[in-house]
Each structure stands twice: as C-alpha cells, then as structure tokens.
Write a protein that binds this ligand. Structure first.
Ligand SMILES: C[S@@+](CC[C@H](N)C(=O)[O-])C[C@H]1O[C@@H](n2cnc3c(N)ncnc32)[C@H](O)[C@@H]1O
Length: 215
C-alpha cells in the first residue's frame, strides 16, 4: 500500500505547482509564519516530503539551509531546478532509518505529507533522532472533520481511498500528541486552519499545524 501511494502521487508532480495555486494551498505560509519565531538564525532545516519546495522556499528566502527528503523522483527533479535546497535525498519516509545522521538539524518541517503516510509512528522517532537537543518539529496533518466518511483502522486513525486510488489518513490530535510525548517533544503551538479548497468537489479541507520542541 505505501509503495502504491508513492507511485500514484508521483504522477501528480508535473501539475503540483499549478494545483496548489488552484486549490489555494495555505500550508506553506502558515507553517512559515507560525514556526519562524521558534527557529534560530542559521538553523539547518530538513523538509520531510519537500515536494516541489513550496514550503521550503519561504525558509530558504529567510536565509535557512534546507535539506529535502521525498519519495518522488519527479517532485525532487522539479525542486532541484528551483535551487531551493542544498541537498535533496530520494527516500520513502515509511522506511527507517532515514538516510541522515543523528543530531544534525535544528529544525524539521513536514507540510501536507502525513495524510499520505501510515503508520506515522516512526516519523516521530526518526525526527527525534535527527534533531539536535531543543530542536523544533513543525508539521501539519489532516484533521478529523468528516471522519465518518473514512474507515477507522485503529483508535485515532482513519483511512480512505481517493478516486485516484491514493490511500489517505486522518489522525486525531490526541493520537499525534501521544506520539510527540513518547518522543520527548512538548507543544509550542497548535492551530487548525483552512488548508485548501477543492473547487471541483466544492470541499474545504482543514488541517492542524503543530510546532513542537524537543525537551
Ligand atoms: C501534498 S505534497 C506536499 C509537498 C510540500 N511539503 C508542500 O508543502 O507543498 C506531498 C509530498 O509528500 C511526498 N510523499 C508522500 N508519501 C511519501 C513517502 N512515503 N515518502 C516520501 N515522500 C512522500 C510526495 O511525493 C509529495 O511530494
């Protein structure tokens, strides 16, 4: 299932930048605006699921050095052309360990990615491993609005298959907070926001943003 998801989403790479404009993807501005006060100058940032760099570009423009991981070669190729990241690494985030040394980043971001991944447990332990002490993890995830149209697969986790055949997941805030706690993070900020609108389906999608700090 995870490999299939990646194989499907990589087909969307060429239209991704157009689609985020059409759907008014607000995640990049939100994650930057809400996390910047917690990120010290000269921080090294890793972007998990960097895609075409829509979120990282704001951090790059603010002077941060970016490393990007993504499972789609097509997304990484588009990102590379924009010269946003110092380093881009092809990696399926469901596989551990991430190909990164421990304690090297001050900050990790992941925007609009966790709803494509199941399970997410190892994402949190891997982020804790690669972050330096007091490191920041800023990320977003689909929240549990309209969860009744999904299938509950375990407490706090719901799944559905989109028309394109992509398995997508909703995680309860409580489920995510538990994973943060288990990995020694404390919450600095938590906020729900309108992430994007699908004009064809006439649907609005709300996400939750969390900025967490390693104790
Ligand atoms: C909706 S895009 C978000 C891209 C970017 N973070 C942004 O803010 O626009 C989701 C990204 O996650 C990547 N992705 C999805 N599942 C993945 C996985 N298992 N491993 C690595 N990357 C994955 C996709 O290739 C895609 O680039």
């Amino acid at each position: 299932m995870p490999e299939t998801n990646l194989n499907i989403v990589r087909k969307f790479a060429k239209d991704y930048d157009k689609s985020i404009l059409k759907n008014n993807w607000t995640g990049p501005k939100i994650i930057f605006d809400e996390s910047k006060v917690f990120i010290s100058p000269k921080s090294k940032i890793v972007d998990l699921g960097i895609g075409t760099g829509a979120s990282s570009v704001l951090f790059q423009q603010a002077g941060y050095k970016i490393t990007g991981l993504d499972g789609s070669p097509e997304m990484l190729e588009l990102c590379k052309k924009k010269q946003i990241a110092d380093k881009l690494v092809l990696h399926n985030l469901e596989k551990t360990p991430f190909p990164l040394a421990k304690n090297i980043f001050e900050t990790a971001i992941s925007n609009g990615v966790l709803h494509l991944i199941n399970p997410v447990k190892s994402i949190f332990s891997e982020v804790a491993r690669i972050l330096k002490p007091n490191g920041i993890f800023a990320f977003t995830f689909d929240n549990t609005d309209n969860v009744l149209s999904y299938t509950k697969i375990k407490p706090g986790v719901w799944e559905t298959k989109t028309q394109d055949g992509v398995f997508v997941y909703k995680y309860s805030e409580q489920y995510i907070l538990q994973l943060l706690l288990q990995n020694n993070f404390e919450i600095e900020k938590q906020k729900q926001f309108l992430a994007y609108t699908n004009p064809e389906l006439q649907k609005k999608f709300n996400f939750t943003l969390i900025v967490a700090k390693m104790k």
